[in-house]
Design a protein around this ligand. Structure first.
Ligand SMILES: C[S@@+](CC[C@H](N)C(=O)[O-])C[C@H]1O[C@@H](n2cnc3c(N)ncnc32)[C@H](O)[C@@H]1O
Length: 247
């Protein structure tokens, strides 16, 4: 579906001596977003969601790496950090207190990602590394890992499943998306940091990998993606997805 943000209420003109008037966009009930792939900019879409309405965020934002694969496929917003702070401000607002956010990130822009997370009140509590059996690139070294931070809003209780912070990675073939994440890497995160019936948000959904893993594990999802072609792929994947998978 395509979600059109409700119109902003326009404030009446103010004199320049007065402080600027901030008009927040009207919010819609979380039920309007649940189990949907929403085609839009996550900053604007989440701005229309209520405070503290999701139980877990698992996301894979652009790495700001100017990625281009062998078939010349690129990733929207992979050439700028301008979206980073506003996006994580909104993500943190939509996350319930005392909950987790797992975010992949580009290691060479770690400073920008950490600054955006901290500014949004998301505290780094652990770091995951996935070992690849192949190199995704070779320059000064062979690049053979992926990485993500486990971030906290507030003080979440200790998870019932304690994961190792070094995990195995299986190549997807990038059939659905140029930087596709394997479901086998996402399922343990969702299992450890949420419960069946919870709402999982992925604001940079791509081909819907987080949403597919969430549905398999009997969670609800909210998936936001700017590129309409990836939304169509995600819709197709989700239609084929059965619930009841083991982590
Ligand atoms: C690294 S990819 C995610 C791939 C996904 N994990 C998968 O397995 O298919 C990041 C995605 O974020 C999307 N994106 C970039 N800026 C966005 C924004 N402001 N709002 C929503 N989506 C955005 C890109 O189009 C891209 O598909």
């Amino acid at each position: 579906m395509s979600l059109t943000a409700p119109a902003l209420a326009i404030a009446s003109p103010v004199r320049h001596s007065q402080p600027a008037l901030c008009v927040a966009p009207a919010t819609r009930p979380v039920a309007d977003f649940v189990n949907r792939i929403i085609n839009g900019d996550c900053i604007q879409v989440i701005a229309t969601m209520p405070d503290g309405c999701v139980d877990l965020v698992v996301t894979d934002p652009p790495y700001v790496a100017r990625y281009r694969d062998r078939s010349d496929r690129t990733v929207v917003n992979d050439n700028t950090t301008s979206w980073l702070k506003p996006a994580f401000q909104q993500i943190a607002r939509a996350l319930k207190n005392n909950r987790f956010c797992v975010s992949f990130y580009g290691w060479h822009k770690a400073d920008a990602f950490l600054a955006a997370w901290r500014a949004a009140g998301l505290r780094p509590r652990a770091h995951f590394v996935w070992i690849k059996r192949y190199a995704s690139g070779t320059k000064l070294v062979e690049y053979c890992h992926e990485q993500a931070y486990l971030l906290c809003k507030g003080e979440p209780p200790k998870p019932s499943l304690i994961l190792r912070d070094v995990l195995e990675w299986r190549y997807t073939g990038n059939r659905y998306h140029p930087t596709e994440k394997p479901l086998m890497a996402l399922r343990p995160l969702i299992t450890a940091y949420s419960n069946p019936g919870d709402v999982i948000l992925d604001p940079f959904a791509g081909s819907g990998a987080t949403a597919v893993a969430a549905k398999q594990l009997r969670r609800h999802y909210i998936a936001i993606e700017l590129d309409g072609r990836h939304c169509a792929t995600a819709e197709e994947r989700l239609q084929r997805t059965e619930t009841g998978h083991q982590a």
